[in-house]
Design a protein around this ligand. Structure first.
Ligand SMILES: Cc1cc2nc3c(=O)[nH]c(=O)nc-3n(C[C@H](O)[C@H](O)[C@H](O)COP(=O)(O)O)c2cc1C
Length: 368
């Protein structure tokens, strides 16, 4: 692998571990007040948390979303978190596989064998897809994955001195890939959120699963600010460190927009992953109530793994699932579908975010 790319990946892991990588942007998930059901008439062991994502069955609605690869340390993180995902029946994604395009041997640091989570996803940036459209299929094959996540990260690239500056052609490239891969494609943001307008453009091109990855968790503009050598990049990173659509606002508005677009007879329901600052089972339950099919977490599993190994990561995943089960019971919801339909109160400022985001006119192209 290019030394600079390897060094950048190593720095990303170290900097993400620091508290400042989460600047404290509000996900607005706490504005979703789930309504307590004093008479649930359910047994805890009766609550069914099983979910489906990209055609694969999961035992719990959770994805350990893409983080890393390209170094030996990253390889261990991928293998052990994938082992955990297999044990607990949840989805797993590796980090950007750009390194493999430069150095085929780097695949070893993404490969998770002998682990095999129920859903295993490769990962590549949208700009790399534009430059090398054939790479996606090859990366899926090399990893032995079920499909690929194409990530959108314009804000991070703009802060990075060595980052991309040209974001043209991504929608077309994603559209071609969506036709080829069908449900084996996820398009994700990386902590700045997907708006209803962008979601509709992607879905119109055939994308069936989106990870809205909103603001409120790991901030890549902040991480690049911390990495920056030049004063100008550092200042831009600081300025944009809280940039993005709060996770709950992105999720709720995208769900409403797509439910309108995919009204009966107009096509199948689009699956949504909610990541970006999901930290507790209450966050997860609130995201599901807002319309998420699965919640995604990155930083919490990295931190658990880097401080206490696979055992600590296992404990945090199991505790998350068990607390989610308890919350579903307290909402009187025997399943995730029931939790999505359960009563809730949307408080301010999320209510006005949802109302205003839904009102923005939708056109065939991005407003300029
Ligand atoms: C250390 C680290 C590395 C990441 N690298 C990638 C990546 O290579 N590709 C990608 O799609 N997302 C990447 N992400 C973004 C996450 O997948 C996720 O969208 C984002 O961090 C929000 O989730 P969180 O708040 O739970 O961390 C990375 C996140 C972390 C913490």
């Amino acid at each position: 692998m290019h030394d600079d790319l390897e060094q950048r990946k190593a720095q990303h892991l170290d900097l993400a571990m620091r508290a400042e990588s989460e600047p404290g942007t509000d996900t607005l998930l706490s504005c979703v007040r789930l309504v307590h059901c004093a008479l649930p008439e359910l047994a805890l062991n009766q609550i069914d948390l099983s979910a489906k994502l990209c055609g694969k069955a999961l035992r719990a609605p959770i994805m350990i979303v893409g983080m890393t690869g390209g170094t030996e340390r990253a390889g261990k993180i991928n293998r052990e978190l994938a082992q955990l995902a297999e044990e607990e029946g949840v989805a797993f994604g590796v980090g950007s596989m750009r390194a493999v395009l430069h150095d085929p041997a780097a695949i070893e640091t993404f490969s998770v064998k002998p682990a095999r989570p129920p859903l295993l996803m490769a990962n590549l940036g949208a700009q790399q897809l534009v430059q090398t459209p054939a790479a996606a299929r090859s990366l899926i094959e090399q990893l032995g994955a079920d499909g690929i996540c194409i990530h959108l990260n314009a804000a991070q690239e703009l802060v990075q001195a060595e980052g991309d500056r040209d974001f043209r052609g991504c929608l077309d490239a994603i559209g071609v890939l969506a036709q080829e891969l069908g449900e084996r494609l996820i398009v994700k943001e990386t902590g700045c959120g997907i708006s209803p307008q962008v979601a509709r453009m992607l879905v119109a091109r055939g994308v069936r699963t989106l990870d809205v990855s909103g603001a409120g968790g790991t901030s890549w503009t902040r991480v690049e600010e911390m990495r920056a050598v030049g004063a100008r990049e550092r200042a831009l990173g600081a300025l944009l460190s809280q940039w993005g659509i709060p996770t709950a606002a992105a999720l709720g508005s995208v769900r409403s927009a797509l439910d309108l677009q995919t009204a009966p007879g107009a096509g199948e329901r689009v699956s949504l992953i909610a990541s970006g600052g999901v930290r507790t089972a209450l966050d997860a339950a609130r995201a599901i109530a807002l319309g998420a099919d699965v919640v995604g977490l990155a930083l919490p599993f990295l931190r658990a793994h880097q401080t206490g190994g696979i055992e600590a990561a296992r404990e945090s995943l199991r505790a998350l699932v068990e607390a989610l089960r308890a919350i579903a019971l307290l909402c009187g919801a025997p399943s995730l579908a029931a939790l999505r339909a359960a009563p809730r109160v949307i408080e301010q400022p999320l209510a006005s975010h949802l109302a205003q985001l839904s009102r923005v006119p939708v056109s065939g192209s991005v407003a300029r």
